[in-house]
Design a protein around this ligand. Sequence first.
Ligand code: EPU
Length: 332
Amino acid sequence: MKDYTNYNLLNHNTFGMDVTARRYVEYDSEEELEALIPTLSGVVLHMGAGSNLLFKGDFDGTVLHSAIKGIELVEETADELLVRVGAGEVWDDFVAWAVEHGYGGVENLSLIPGEVGASAVQNIGAYGVEAKDVIALVEAMDLSNGQKRIFGNLECNYAYRQSIFKNQLKGKYAITHVTYRLQKLPILKLEYGNIKAVLGNQEKVSIQSVRQAIIDIRNAKLPDPKVQGNAGSFFMNPVVSREKFLSIQKDYPQMPFYEVEGGVKIPAGWMIDQCGWKGKSLGRAGVHDKQALVLVNLGGATSDEIITLCNTICKDVHDKFGIDIHPEVNMI
Ligand code: EPU
């Protein structure tokens, strides 16, 4: 276990904010977590790899980080597997493991930054697949009394980038393990965007080639946080009513969209791009030049600069399209 006071978080948040936590604790097991719960006081923030958050300043509380590791096959049937993974495993290490073993279900989620615990909080998603499609169980510990609880998939209230852990139970539980349901005979999902185009005319498409295609698409579009601070998509894609969608489509017939439950989803990145923000900046906060949904730290940006850019973009999108967009990134 690591336990530090006045700990610098620069290397623990992909936006590259130079901030400090009053206390930082990294635990390696459920037993260690249980033992440290009585020592917690004040505000507690459970972090993963810090790839989806923006610190607004120093954190006057305790940051917890799980280093619970392990990938374990717990059940196998004729065509499915249940795999239990420690919350502190790097998400893409688990995806690589699944693909190497020929187990399908997570290959479209290749190269998403972050850790396994956060996949279940954030319901990470990309290229037509969401974590909720493969999560069977989530094991968690109540941070008020150390009691363990197992959440079935339906109990997690999953929706687009939402879960019970981000809403009703926000800050109340630490996720210790996630059990995923994978397929022995993978069902490939190739419908989203340009996956098929990137795969080209391959005779036999495998989960290995899908993983490679997704890695190539992401590398071409998304900035590497090691090179330029960012937290992936800064905004969520809004869902609007069919009437609203049709009225905008009259003026913008090329607008991309996806039919979803309850309305039509319009890519916020496209709207921000239409507002002329792609590749532009305000101070040291910028809009990525290949994907306008991603805000970047151009070097030494403060959180105020990022937030000012965020607010300016939201206003411009509202003024042009009459749609409110909201950050996906958690601001702390
Ligand atoms: N578009 C533009 N200009 C832009 C950006 C996008 O015109 O600057 C258009 C694209 O051409 C496309 C549409 O908007 O027609 C959607 O773009 P894209 O496929 O890149 O996906 P997205 O909706 O912008 C979402 C996720 C990403 C995920 C991709 C692929 C959210 C908030 N973001 O982005 O997730 O990788 O789909 O599935 O849902 C993340 O969450 O950090 C993330 C990167």
